[in-house]
Design a protein around this ligand. Sequence first.
Ligand code: SF4
Length: 513
Amino acid sequence: MARYKHYDYSQMMMIPVSLAEQLVPGTLEHTIHFMVEEHLDLSGFDQEFKNDDMGCKAYSPKVLLKAVLLGYARGKNSSRKLEGACRENIVFMALTCGQRPDHSTFASFVSGMGEERIEELFTEVLLVCEEEGLLGGTHFSLDGLKLPSNASKEWSGTHEDLRKKQKKLTQLVKESVAEHKRNDRKGSDGEEEHRRIQRLAEKAKRIGRFLKENEPKMGRMGKEIQSNVTDNESAKMKTSHGIVQGYNAEAMVDSKHQIVVCAEAFGEGGDSGAARAMLEGTKANLEAAGCGAEVLKKAVFSADTGFFSNENLQACVDMEVDAYIPDPKFRKRDPRLKDAGRFRRPTDKHKKQYQSKRKTYGPEDFEFDDASGKLVCPAGKKLYRSGRQTRYGDYLADSFRAPKSACRDCLLRAKCLRNPNQTGGRQVRYFYLEGGERLTTQMKNKIDTVEGRRIYSMRLGNVEPVFGNIRAQKGLDRFTLRGSAKVNVQWKLYCMVHNIEKIGGYGATFSRN
Ligand code: SF4
């Protein structure tokens, strides 16, 4: 007959756990613990609490910050996951000394941190990076990551679109009420229908409130862009995974140990105007970290083609950095890639639906010829200026027209003209910043040199692994908060924990422990 070991759930077990021993030197949790205890000044949080005479004691901001940083590093970016970890995971228990803050405590801690306080903490971590010899200060690379936030793109539109949506919803409520009354007379319960009507009416009211309280949002070109009822600071953005409603999280990275020296999330999809804010932020942060006021002067700055714009190039000139930002066609001109094919696979099965519907050549397919002041079309023909120059905000626009004789027998007519059977010659409106042409041409010439290509090629290794770490290892696939200030706190916390990881791994004193 089989014999089994006896078991009894009413028995007691004594398991001695030393919390300090769970924080093993050399691990991320130990570095976070040490950094928060020894290097970060969290006294700014004290003014939040008015419980010196009455009320219960609050959780220490140090305990909360340690749990949030480790949680973000372990892919737990929601308050409920953090609460669960403090209950179930021995390392989190050790970090919080066995305390168990609930999800609402974590949520209000992160969302109430404020931009000023997170900026101070971010700079204090940078100061340690500098002391540990992790900052090189010679080459900085900038890149961005577009992530969805806590807002739905279905609630986006211009004010006119939203007014139409509100009208539709009000009409739907009216029809549903009439239907409800008819069903009522037939004796139906209609409880579910009643709730649906209330939901629709609430949606219509919400749009009405939004339209009353908010002005239309204006884009860079002075035209109205889409607002969002849930989070009006977020924007609709095109990504390789489709259209998202969210933020463009930018990070400036120092090349020596891939330390993030400036992090900022913008509610704008394009990168064409981001360089100035990021360079100024980098300068301020590095100055505060003790790197000196001249830290950016003559430093190399690289960014990908998304940043190629007059505005960004002008910012680089003003900040006196040695910039390398290629134009979108630089690979076509690269003699090393002359025989290379295209191997890019579509990353999204729905990608086709997001692709531009434009089939004809756009202004970006035309080159400006500095010598003649004319625009050169893909067939190599010169387009002459026609009409007057017009101004749109900071931009000037010139109209160009191709001679009919040039387009008449052109083999590219079908690709160039919207109505090849009717249109005589192509017209193009070309936008640029005043005095900006010179900068773009200079940059193209600089990138096309052997040295230019060599320096630019370093960008990939500098900045992309940082985004790979934050996105794939730390699992940041969306911001869970609303509003630019709160999203910025979350993004900086992620960049901060990335830097703390680097301090633990490569810091001169930390790595020896
Ligand atoms: S149709 Fe005219 S503008 Fe277009 S590529 Fe041909 S010649 Fe150039």
